[in-house]
Design a protein around this ligand. Sequence first.
Ligand SMILES: Nc1ncnc2c1ncn2[C@@H]1O[C@H](COP(=O)(O)OP(=O)(O)O)[C@@H](O)[C@H]1O
Ligand SMILES: [Mg+2]
Length: 492
Amino acid sequence: MMVDSAAALVDVLRRFRLLETAQLDRLARQVDAKPANPRVVAQALVKGGYLTAYQANQILLGNGSELVLGAYVLLERIGEGGMGQVYKAKHHTMGRIVALKQIRKDKLDNAEAVKRFRREIQLASQLAHPNIVMALDAAQDGETHFFVMEHVEGTDLAKQVKQSGPMPVNQACDAIRQASLGLQHACDRGLVHRDVKPSNLLLATKTGQVKLLDLGLARLEHDSDDKLKTKLTQIGKVVGTVDFIAPEQALNASKADIRSDLYSMGCTFYFLLTGKVPYPGGQALEKLARHRWEDPEPVEKLRPEVSGDVIAIVRKLMAKKPEDRYQTATDLAAALVPYSVMSSKKTMPEIAAMALPASSGALAPRGGEVPYAVYAAPPANGRVPVAAAAAPPSTDSEVPVAAPVGADPVISRGSRRGRPATEGYPMPVLIGIAVALVIGGLVLIVILLSRPLVGPAPKERGAQRLSTEIAAESRPDSLVGSAVRTSDTVGG
Ligand SMILES: Nc1ncnc2c1ncn2[C@@H]1O[C@H](COP(=O)(O)OP(=O)(O)O)[C@@H](O)[C@H]1O
Ligand SMILES: [Mg+2]
């Protein structure tokens, strides 16, 4: 039920302990003395840093109870994927900021989905590496299951590229190098990730650290619980994301190994360098057929300044046959070292900062009491001055009273800014690129000449051929009629 009075708003804040008792008492006195629109009070609390815009909206919409999960208070929504929503949250007593992943409500009545979610939690908690998001806690509050991890202040690489365009080459190389180190750690513990993609790589703004995320589809190579394993892949039949999936994984997910993850890493690398997925457009099956038989548009065509050496690394990662790829993630990380040097004028944190919203939405310190007169009754013209005592100095001293609630936050988090990523190259590098291009051209001619006269099957024939092959495999793990994570977009 919508909160329709300031007193009701104070009640909700008290019930869910969203403010300290002394602050609440003071606020209650103010509300008693000078009745006001609950929206105006909420806006003032947001402006003063006592509530986030997300919290204020949820409370006004009558969803205050959903802001508290066990020992955690939700602060804002930071992501949404196949399994559920991800929030920035705060431990109530310890004050620690975390990321909290909650299983979606519509998945809760599905016992197998819950099992799968639990499994993600268990797998994640086995890993401890600077390039893997650290698992911290897991719990159930009523019907809701949630998983708590370290909060990475920054952005995922899908959002990063969407907002700022392709990454500078050496930053992209470094991101992939770091992610490979995390992947190797997972592999050493018998895990195949099976869903490596830009939105599952987080870039920390301050440190430039890249962290692998989301073991929702991971598989334990020597899994004792075979029955569960089969069931898990049957439920949603989700075994990867078609834009980034290795051909052999699409055919039979149980055959995926570290080299399949390395193929997905190659597609991710391609995306970071070009801003495009390797096989854009088309239906899921068509994309899968293209992964199997077609070469993507060459990186050098989309991004001429990428060196031949780096292009060769992308190609090797995206080789159709697993045996032609790097065989370990350590090998990949080693190959990238020479190209990951921070020679660009921009550092990794600077690049990450380019994708940050103008106002990062961070909470202002909440110490002390709610200042007197945090709000004022709305004047007849519908716009209210926000009391200066409550708000930090700001250029917009007025808050529209009739701000929409729901789709739009009471107070938005500010506009996003982004600049294209550029970097300069010294002459020797340009000469190197020219030489590499000539060599690349010659290699291409040799490859073309050594191909059979009949070229790759047209898209539809490829898709048809692939469905026949998949049907022949007909394993529970295969991608028949599934491809849930199919979108061209790289979210989730
Ligand atoms: N620990 C975290 N810190 C910061 N952002 C995160 C964190 N975990 C997830 N996110 C954001 O939420 C999105 C979805 O999270 P993910 O675990 O990949 O869920 P799904 O399984 O639904 O894809 C990510 O792409 C990222 O943008
Ligand atoms: Mg994800």
